[in-house]
Design a binder for this molecule. Structure first.
Ligand code: MTE
Length: 336
């Protein structure tokens, strides 16, 4: 079932940045900017002017990425009135337990992961099963930039400009059968390059697994991500292919995907298996349903510090109310 995204979350045609403007913007930003001119700019350009890219070297992108980037639809979805999180925070404060449990561990340890070549096994209830190269999976889809809020269940959040294409388009490409009711995703297992998977103390039964109901997966906001901040996805953020589901807690947004299965029963997901009373299958952002050990009513918008904690109210579905119809009639305190 496809549900139309209300026009409010679509950028106006006039806000969409043509590629030539985007590419030359960096130069423009180096000059001094009048405040009035800054206020009139799209949020993405403002973020750059605010120093979102300070001190960051771009990673080398594979050919399939560069070809698509040239035709990307910039700012296809924006986050009205929100500042974009600096690139440095988004790439150095991460959860990726395969590389360790510390927030800095993914940036420190993920560099050696081989993300080229990369294949994704598509199986289960699909008309076109098989092992797809990332090139073949991405080829039919145009890139879009979507600026989404990311709300972690740990009560911090960021605003990130992702690059990718709708998950619904990938699913249509592999043709789910009428028996498919859920989508199951699996992350790579690579004990040699993922030190967290070698740890004897890990609670996680690898691989990391996530899942969505098929109608959630087909919602236009559910997004397959291959890049961020106009660049190829860094390893610590889930290269080369991850999911981003902006209305759900961040743990649903599984990284470094190697398998996508269409199944008829709800898959057992990683965090649900570890602590079912704390982490549910749905994991919709909901300020009225607290985690058993902390409140979910507010969040720390990063960057935040002791003297500027930057605490804001958490919004139902992380502010993406257009997904509410997916849960009509459901008790969201029970199906958390
Ligand atoms: N995917 C895998 N494979 N392993 C993980 O540990 N952590 C999740 C999610 N995806 C995780 C994962 C959690 S808890 C969050 S909040 C987000 O990734 C964080 O994404 P980011 O590091 O890009 O901000």
């Amino acid at each position: 079932m496809l549900i139309r995204v209300p026009p409010s979350s679509r950028a106006l045609e006039s806000e969409v940045t043509p590629e030539s403007v985007y590419l030359s913007r960096r130069k423009l930003m180096q000059g001094s900017l009048a405040l009035a001119a800054m206020a009139a700019m799209p949020g993405w350009a403002r973020a750059e002017a605010q120093g979102a890219y300070a001190d960051v070297e771009p990673a080398k992108a594979p050919g399939w990425f560069d070809e698509k980037l040239a035709h990307a639809h910039w700012q296809a979805i924006t986050a009205e009135g929100e500042s974009i999180t600096p690139f440095k925070d988004a790439t150095h404060y991460n959860n990726f337990y395969e590389f360790g449990t510390g927030k800095g561990d993914p940036a420190a340890n993920a560099g050696k992961l081989q993300v080229e070549p990369w294949t994704v096994m598509v199986d289960g209830e699909v008309g076109k099963p098989g092992r797809y190269s990332i090139e073949d999976l991405v080829k039919p889809h145009a890139f879009e930039e979507r600026i989404y809020r990311l709300r972690c269940v740990e009560a911090w959040s960021m605003v990130i400009p992702w690059l990718g294409f709708p998950l619904a388009d990938l699913l249509k490409q592999v043709e789910p059968t009428s028996a498919a009711r859920y989508v199951r995703f699996e992350t790579l297992v690579d004990r040699e390059h993922m030190p967290g998977q070698r740890s004897g103390f890990s609670l996680i039964d690898w691989p990391y697994v996530e899942g969505l109901r098929l109608d959630e997966a087909m919602h236009p906001l559910a997004f397959m991500v291959v890049g961020m901040y106009g660049r190829v996805l860094p390893n610590q953020n889930g290269a080369p292919l991850r999911l981003v589901v902006p209305w759900k807690y961040g743990f649903k947004s599984i990284k470094s995907i190697v398998r996508i299965s269409l199944v008829d029963e709800a898959p057992k997901t990683t965090w649900e298996r570890i602590a079912p009373n704390e982490y549910g299958f749905y994991a919709n952002v909901n300020p009225q349903v607290d985690h058993p050990r902390w409140s979910q009513a507010t969040e720390r918008r990063l960057p935040s510090g002791l003297f500027s904690p930057n605490v804001i109210d958490t919004r139902m579905f992380n502010g993406y109310e257009e997904v509410a119809d997916l849960y009509a009639g459901m008790d969201l305190a029970r199906y958390y």
